[in-house]
Design a protein around this ligand. Sequence first.
Ligand code: ADP
Ligand code: MG
Length: 365
Amino acid sequence: MQTPFPFETIAPKEFFYGRKKEMKELKEHVENSTNVLLFSKRRMGKSTLIKNLFTEIEKDYTVIYIDIYNIITAEDFGKLLLNGITKSQEGNIKSIIVKLSKFFKKTKIEPTFDPHTSEFGIRVVENRLSFEELMEDSFSALFKLASEKNVVLAIDEFQQIADIKDVKIDAILRKYMQEPSSISYIFLGSKRNILNSLFAYKSPLYAMATPMSLKPLNLDDIYNYSKQYLDISKEVIEYVYNLSAKETKLIQMILHRVYINKKSVKKIDINFINKILDTILISKNDHYKTIFEFFSINQKKAFKLLAKHERELFSEKILREENISRPSMQSSLNQLFAKEFIDKEDGEYFIPDRAFELWAKRNLK
Ligand SMILES: Nc1ncnc2c1ncn2[C@@H]1O[C@H](COP(=O)(O)OP(=O)(O)O)[C@@H](O)[C@H]1O
Ligand SMILES: [Mg+2]
């Protein structure tokens, strides 16, 4: 369904708002072919920002976006890159094939035909290539493309490369990134501790990208945008903002439901927002319950105490509530952290999925 408040799919241009400053900063980077590490916790709007940047600049740049969330092997990474490069080419199929075939040494390109849509396309045949060969072909094409038109290559969920232990993808990337070219690399990621170590001193990617932390959307931007679709006051928007702990996705979910149910109330007030939140949490109940049921007993205790108290989890009083020892609390928090159910900032743990946190506050008593 078309909604002015998308929350599960990337917001297209007409429903994308705010982020003026970030856009400007990113444009300066791509103009200078410098690299960026864009990070924030999940659901704040990184992927959406980059996709919308690409929509704005694709006339003047070759833009390539890959999401490596699912990679299991280094070859998967190489294949995604090769396919991303191929997909970035638009226009006449035949001339794309001729052009890419010249750029790739080993990779074959084939035309495809979809009988359902009667559309022609292209397919990369990369089955038997090794990681090194995939990277060589990818970068040989990238460098040639960059000599025609500046290239921007965005790699989403970049922290995933840390899961691949047998091949040092970062070291190989560094080697290619050091060659002078008109390519701007944008790395996106959410696991701060992993990203920190990937870009740390003495790591291959050290000083290879300017870090940029994506902050929450600006309250005024949300208000000014929402006003176009909803008869809503600034106070109520601010309530939504704080209720969502400034998480873009939950803000959008709430505003979407307000939008589709607005005819059922005379006035959009805080009471209405609370009712909307109730329905959101009920709709997510099965999902969160299933996650919670898979926690160990101590993980359940730790999660519950974190949701309830947020601070001072190691105090005698709080530990006693669930009858959990300090070492068990620590190791349970570590396990939940490793699995990304909880996160840490300035030494304090928190539940990064705000809807999950609100669900836990209500249901784990
Ligand atoms: N600037 C924005 N304008 C409108 N919607 C946005 C904006 N930023 C994020 N969203 C919405 O919030 C949701 C989460 O954003 P996403 O880009 O997936 O976050 P991340 O990549 O940081 O995890 C998306 O469904 C998206 O549509
Ligand atoms: Mg994302």
